[in-house]
Design a protein around this ligand. Structure first.
Ligand SMILES: Nc1ncnc2c1ncn2[C@@H]1O[C@H](COP(=O)(O)OP(=O)(O)OP(=O)(O)O)[C@@H](O)[C@H]1O
Ligand SMILES: [Mg+2]
Length: 276
């Protein structure tokens, strides 16, 4: 069960049991069982189990090198694992559409393509005919109310605008799950704040499951419904914290007792895990 009487709520015990809501059990969107991953002889994951709830924004936080990127890359099918199983509500990776936003937007977009064509590129890979590609890209842009001139090339856009184009490129296929690996770390503070709001808006409008790796604890808590805290590798779930503050969240959220308490709890767990 997720609910604790007082203090930050954790769902660590429910990390592999699905989240109970009232009497009905909501099936997890991603189920990971017995996952094992080694790089050379170093064990990053050893018999790792995790359930990710559907329709939630889940932040992944942990020490450098603990395996955050490796985890989302394995779920997204970008990195192979040695053993175990990852299923998406019972389906295999090939049966679901996923979106992925890389950390480094400078290398993520095709420099020779206009922003509009960058966004539509995954549809081209899926062999969607050009008129439909155009219509779907336009629909997405209109839906998100993006104020960027999409006829521009990536080098003509600011870092934040480029990252927004990367996010739209991930969204154009209408993924079930959107993965973002430290997507704002190369942006300045003002742009980071802007992008957090954009991501929150996209989340509210689409209701999709989002998995966000962040090295910024404030961001990880502010944006999340759940904060997955990982230990040093071989990674364990140090805690899986619930943060149910109302959306949309704003600057006021940051000073709310619930936020302050949850962040302090996460920091406590993190420091314990880092110190070992
Ligand atoms: N391709 C690879 N070959 C060998 N070792 C790797 C490879 N990719 C990752 N590792 C190692 O696996 C561990 C986990 O890496 P990963 O990139 O998942 O960590 P992370 O938690 O995302 O770290 P960071 O916070 O620095 O982004 C690290 O010790 C890293 O050195
Ligand atoms: Mg990483």
């Amino acid at each position: 069960m997720e609910r604790l009487a007082t203090g930050p709520r954790t769902c660590a015990s429910a990390a592999v049991a699905g989240a109970a809501v009232g009497s009905a059990t909501v099936l997890p969107h991603v189920t990971i069982r017995g996952l094992t991953k080694r790089f050379d002889k170093v064990s990053i994951y050893e018999n790792f189990d995790l359930d990710l709830p559907r329709g939630k924004l889940i932040s992944v936080f942990g020490p450098n090198g603990c395996g955050k990127s490796t985890l989302i890359n394995m779920i997204a099918g970008l990195v192979a694992y040695d053993s175990g199983e990852i299923l998406f509500a019972g389906k295999r990776r090939e049966q679901v559409k996923l979106g992925y936003v890389f950390q480094n937007y400078r290398e993520a977009l095709f420099p020779w393509m206009r922003a509009f064509d960058n966004i539509g590129y995954p549809l081209k890979l899926m062999k969607v005919p050009k008129p439909e590609r155009r219509a779907r890209t336009e629909r997405l842009v209109a839906h998100l109310d993006v104020k960027i001139d999409l006829n521009r090339y990536p080098y003509e856009l600011s870092g934040g605008q480029q990252q927004l184009v990367s996010i739209m490129r991930a969204l154009v296929v209408e993924p079930e799950i959107l993965f973002l690996d430290e997507p704002f770390s190369a942006l300045d503070y003002e742009m980071t704040l802007f992008m957090r709001e954009q991501l929150q808006r996209i989340f509210l409008e689409t209701g999709m499951t989002i998995v966000l790796v962040s090295h910024d604890l404030e961001e990880a808590v502010y944006l999340a419904d759940r904060i997955l805290l990982l230990s040093r590798h071989p990674a364990r779930i140090a805690d899986f914290v619930v943060f149910d503050s109302a959306r949309p969240r704003s600057a006021a959220t940051l000073s709310s007792p619930e936020f302050v308490q949850t962040k302090a709890h996460c920091l406590d767990v993190f420091q314990r895990e880092v110190r070992g």
